[in-house]
Design a protein around this ligand. Structure first.
Ligand code: TYM
Length: 318
């Protein structure tokens, strides 16, 4: 039987998870892995997070939270290999090799770098180099599909370019060219201000927040006063309720923004309740996360090391 195509994706353990992460990326993982079509590797991108989060306690806590979140949303650790990027040395090793192939002008065209530069931020080398570590994450496992939100599309293109460049320079077929997998309808989940929901914009609706936190976030959704449908509320609402039902609800409550927001709070609470319950259960049983990460580390190391042997042979350092 032919081997299944590989699926790889990661999430940085920075900031509390929000519904943008969930609807933009994490939920797709559940759907894609349920079908049994792929061999999935899902990891916590802790070394990527180091660029912006330099607090050991927070790193430990958030890393565990991410793994618990993945399991809580319905990913089955028996089907999915979960691991921490930092547990698998091949990621940083391959990143270095890619650094030697990639030019500075090429990386200067990356959106994330240009954004940081436009904000006059002091950019660390890790941020500049971010796409190379991400290319390593993806290419080590021969990923065929990489499910991500729209904001990561360029990074996947960079990974493709890098694979192609390596194969060309070293006259090899070491790397498989990956495809992004972006769910069109929810490619960008809007935040409370209508811009992309993002930790860095402070416009998030939390995935595991208390009812109070969730209500506060929903109530802060920016609406205009035209009396038309409040688009920012509707955009979030349609993630948890069918558009057919919503048409009716929004027609019945025309102009009543506060009531519509209250309905949205109730609908979000209902939708998220089972995920939260499972999350709380996992919090009570920390050994589950430990065991999952140990098993994932073992498997990811074996697979990535086999790929590194091919890489070393191709570049002549074996
Ligand atoms: P990160 O941690 O910022 O986000 C995790 C995933 O959530 C998606 N996402 C969104 N999708 C739609 N709407 C939103 N408002 C929204 N906010 C976040 C992101 O697109 C992402 O898929 N660089 C990656 C992490 C990473 C990675 C990888 C991903 C590192 N190596 C290899 C795939 C493969 C990142 O910063 O994601």
């Amino acid at each position: 039987m032919a081997e299944k195509p590989v699926l790889v994706s990661g999430v940085k353990p920075t900031g509390d998870l929000h519904i943008g992460n969930y609807f933009g990326a994490m939920r797709q993982f559940v759907e894609l892995t349920k079908e049994g079509k792929y061999k999935p590797y899902i990891f916590v991108a802790d070394y990527h997070a180091l660029n912006t989060m330099q607090d050991a306690e927070e790193m430990r806590r958030r890393t565990r939270e991410i793994v618990m979140a993945y399991i809580a949303i319905g990913l089955d650790p028996k089907e999915v290999t979960f691991f921490k990027q930092s547990d698998v040395p091949a990621h940083t090793e391959l990143c270095w090799i890619f650094d030697t192939l990639t030019t500075m002008p090429y990386l200067m065209r990356a959106h994330a770098f240009k954004d940081a530069e436009a904000k006059n931020k002091e950019i660390n080398v890790g941020t500049f180099n971010y796409p190379m570590l991400m290319a390593a994450d993806i290419l080590l496992y021969d990923a065929a599909v990489v499910p991500v939100g729209q904001d990561q599309k360029q990074h996947i293109e960079i990974a493709r370019d890098t694979a192609e460049k390596f194969n060309r320079i070293y006259k090899s077929e070491v790397f498989t060219l990956p495809e992004p997998y972006i769910m069109g309808e929810v490619a960008v989940v809007p935040g409370t201000d209508g811009r992309k929901m993002s930790k860095s914009y402070g416009n998030v609706i939390p995935l595991f927040g208390s009812t109070d936190e969730l209500s506060k976030a929903v109530m802060s959704i920016v609406t205009d006063s035209s009396g038309q449908r409040p688009e920012n509320v509707y955009a979030v609402h349609k993630l948890v309720r069918s558009e057919r039902e919503l048409e009716q609800i929004y027609a019945e409550h025309k102009g009543k923004y506060k009531e519509l927001k209250e309905i949205l709070i109730t609908d979000l609470e209902r939708y998220l309740a089972p995920i939260r319950a499972k999350y709380e259960e996992l919090k009570e049983n920390p050994s589950i996360v430990d065991d999952v990460l140990v098993a994932g580390k073992r498997e990811a190391r074996v697979v990535s090391e086999a790929k590194m042997e091919q890489v070393r042979a191709a570049i002549g350092v074996n």
